[in-house]
Write a protein that binds this ligand. Structure first.
Ligand code: URP
Ligand code: ZN
Ligand code: ZN
Length: 455
């Protein structure tokens, strides 16, 4: 048995912050106490540092296929960057290809991740083709393959399903006990605007934002809430970006007629659509994602939602493309691959914004960055909490260190950072994954690619 003792930290448990020591044996947390007097194989002095549960990023796209290739972080590069930024578990999306089975998608994603992923991982399965076989397969996915969440889209021709099929997926998911996640944008609205802009030769990246209005998001969320109420299926809205959508989520939560969760991402909290007004298209392309960046008013509403807990999770939707990949689509906004990087910066940036700037408590921060996604996606209490018996996934965090985000200091495999120059208060010192020290004194000390699929 190997042991590790972390001394003198501010340990963020689920209910309180304990100033004291924490003992790990092999891969598990064993004891938390104000003072532990014992020997251990490794002793770390965490004096004045905060000890958080490892971050859980519930929304990533490593090696996501798109017509021009793949998003540019592999499971290896993306997960290593995640660890540098205090995230010890990612939940990636295994996308069904229309005409192929869920099992095909799952096998493909396991192949990408196994022996390559450096942090722990789990998958959502995106259902893009709904027939009897798919619905039967969902049972196998849930009961035998450790897949508890089914992703649906109401836009993207390759991925979208009809409202009738969404209802079928919800009924099956409810029967199984899982959760349906939704990319909430109504394709018909986007398509009509695309056609109008194309006729007018309005093809610059600027029009991407205009072709994805908040009403498209609002209508998709309204539809999904109606179906969730009808089927009683738990619903999780991914990458919520606007006030209109948030208001619907808030009302649905208050109504108590449906179990609904909302996720937003740092990009919607920190960046806004003024970035689309730049006449340099090679700047605008960096921020092409869906839903697009919104207004400052939306941003304010989302912050309110984060602080009043209408929003349950901050994930990243990490989906990076290099400048070359983005540039290849510059002739028409529809051809620019959608997505931005963020998996490495989420924890520190959000600590800075939520705790340092907006005075969120440490326990609430741990919930939005780790515990809540663990609970929603059935990783809890193995993950997402500092408690005896839980996996020893821990972050030793220096709240006083100030630094600037840059493509020159990040570890993601992408040649720009959407938050370039952003000032952050707080820095990860060390990261422990299932009892193994992987980051120490801000440096990678373990190059193993031994992340596991969490069942
Ligand atoms: O623009 C985005 N968000 N790309 C990643 C895929 C998705 O829609 O989540
Ligand atoms: Zn999406
Ligand atoms: Zn996504």
């Amino acid at each position: 048995m190997s042991t590790m003792l972390i001394k003198n930290g501010f340990i963020v448990t689920e209910d309180e912050v304990i100033k004291g020591d924490l003992l790990i044996a092999d891969d598990k947390i064993v004891k938390i106490s104000e003072y532990l007097e014992m020997r251990a194989d490794i002793v770390i002095n965490a004096l004045n540092n905060i000890i958080f549960p490892g971050g859980i990023d519930a929304h990533t796209h490593m090696e996501l296929p798109y017509p021009g290739g793949f998003s540019c972080d592999s499971f290896e590069t993306g997960s290593r960057a995640a660890l540098h930024g205090a995230t010890t578990t990612i939940i990636d999306f295994a996308n069904q290809q229309k005409g192929k089975t869920l099992d095909h998608a799952l096998k493909l994603w396991h192949k990408k991740a196994k022996d390559h992923c450096c942090c722990d991982y789990k998958f959502h399965i995106s259902i893009t083709d709904v027939d009897e076989t798919t619905l039967d397969e969902m049972k196998n996915m849930y009961e035998c393959q450790g897949i508890y969440s089914f992703k649906t889209f109401l836009t993207y021709p390759d991925l979208m399903i009809s409202p009738d099929d969404l209802e079928k997926v919800m009924l099956k998911t409810k029967e199984l006990g899982g959760v349906v996640t939704l990319h909430a944008e109504m394709h018909q609205i986007i398509e009509a605007l695309d056609q109008e802009f194309s006729k007018g030769l309005k093809t610059a990246p600027y029009y991407h934002g205009l072709s994805h209005p908040d009403t498209a998001e609002e209508q998709a969320i309204a539809l999904a809430i109606t179906l969730a109420e009808k089927t009683q299926c738990p619903l999780y809205i991914v990458h919520l970006s606007c006030k209109k959508g948030l208001d619907l989520v808030s009302a649905a939560k208050k109504s108590n007629k449906v179990k609904i969760f909302a996720e937003t991402c740092p990009q919607y909290l920190l960046l806004d659509n003024s970035l689309y007004k730049n006449s340099d298209h090679t700047e605008v392309m960096k921020y092409i994602l869906s839903p697009p960046l919104r207004t400052k008013k939306d941003q304010e509403a989302l912050w309110k939602g984060v602080l009043d807990k209408t929003i349950d999770v901050i994930a990243t939707d990490h989906c990076p493309f290099t400048l070359k990949q983005k540039k290849a689509g510059l002739s028409h906004y529809k051809l620019i691959p959608n997505g931005i990087p963020g998996v490495e910066n989420r924890f520190e940036m959000m600590f800075s914004e939520c705790v340092s700037k907006r005075k969120m408590t440490l326990t609430d921060f741990a919930k939005i960055i780790s515990t809540n996604p663990a609970q929603i996606f059935k990783l809890y209490p193995r993950k997402g909490v500092i408690a005896p018996g839980s996996d020893a996934d821990l972050v030793i965090f220096n709240q006083d260190k100030k630094w600037k985000i840059s493509k020159d200091n990040h570890h993601m495999n992408v040649d720009y950072n959407p938050y370039e120059g952003f000032l952050v208060s707080g820095k990860v010192q060390s990261v422990i994954l299932r009892g193994n020290l992987v980051i120490h004194d801000e440096k990678l000390v373990n190059e193993k690619k031994d992340g596991i699929f969490v069942f």
